[in-house]
Write a protein that binds this ligand. Structure first.
Ligand code: DGL
Length: 262
């Protein structure tokens, strides 16, 4: 039997936060992790150009890997290209990652919620529509960060992060209004959970940091047939980098995640 993989996609290493949850839920599955590192960071791309890039890239990825399902483990991409991908590749089920605004609106006590994301995700109409649809009773602050995804990339490869830079990037998330304070920060970029301990450390007060990775993995699981439930994956999971040239720290990181660099 040819094993069709679950393809997990991001601009960089952020999608690994989703991959690790997906593996726990689907130990019988074979995974291919794709990082479009040649296009990283997605946050600053012009929308039409980014959309075209990702749809073209998926044409090649689907042909090469024939995934049973594709998980777009990137908010910046999902909020822009999910519909276009579904239209272009109707035979492939796609699971997206979009800002967890609905669960945040359901859980907040103070009514003050912040969404921390790339500048691209913050300016998307998709994100604005989520707020109108699910959080109209809350005060939602959108915080676009130019640097956090890059800081997470460095941290995961080199083990170093500039805490003052993290403090500065998250500071606008913390709002005080009429005696109330922000109590939930939505991590709306898959890179950010890697930095959550530093965020906790540098935050002016404790908040709930909402990471949607497990929910995304559960959604992917729900769309797959249960046929692999009693199996253990036979072939090694792989990582593909669109640059074709991941450096040594990147290869080492992938090894740490049990991924063979293709
Ligand atoms: N990990 C991506 C996301 O979830 C974005 C990182 C980037 O390319 O800037 O939005």
């Amino acid at each position: 039997m040819t094993e069709r993989p679950v393809l997990v996609f991001d601009s960089g290493i952020g999608g690994l936060t989703v991959l690790r949850e997906a593996r726990v839920l689907m130990p019988g599955r074979h995974f291919v992790y794709v990082a479009d590192d040649a296009g990283f960071p997605y946050g600053a791309w012009e929308e039409a150009a980014l959309q075209q890039r990702i749809v073209e890239l998926f044409g090649r990825l689907i042909e090469e890997h024939d995934p049973e399902i594709a998980v777009i483990a990137c908010n910046t991409a999902s909020t822009l290209v999910l519909d276009a991908l579904r239209v272009a590749f109707p035979d492939t089920p796609f699971v997206g990652t979009v800002p967890a605004i609905k669960p945040a609106a359901e859980r907040t006590r103070s009514g003050l919620v912040s969404v921390l994301a790339t500048p691209g995700t913050v300016k998307r109409q998709y994100t604005r529509d989520l707020i109108t649809q699910w959080a109209s009773k809350c005060h939602v602050r959108l915080v676009g960060s130019d640097n956090l995804a890059g800081l997470a990339e460095i941290y995961m490869r080199q083990g170093f992060v500039d805490e003052e830079a993290v403090r500065a990037e998250i500071a606008p998330c913390f709002v005080e209004r009429e005696g109330k304070r922000t109590d939930i920060v939505v991590l709306a970029c898959t890179h950010y959970p890697f930095l959550v301990n530093r965020m906790r450390k540098t935050a002016p007060w404790p908040v709930d940091w909402l990471d949607p990775a497990e929910a995304i993995a559960r959604r992917a699981l729900s769309l797959l047939p249960a046929s692999h439930a009693s199996q253990i994956a036979q072939s090694a999971d792989r990582a593909v980098f669109t640059s074709g040239a991941p450096d040594f720290p990147t290869r080492r990181l992938m090894q740490g995640f049990g991924l063979q660099v293709a």
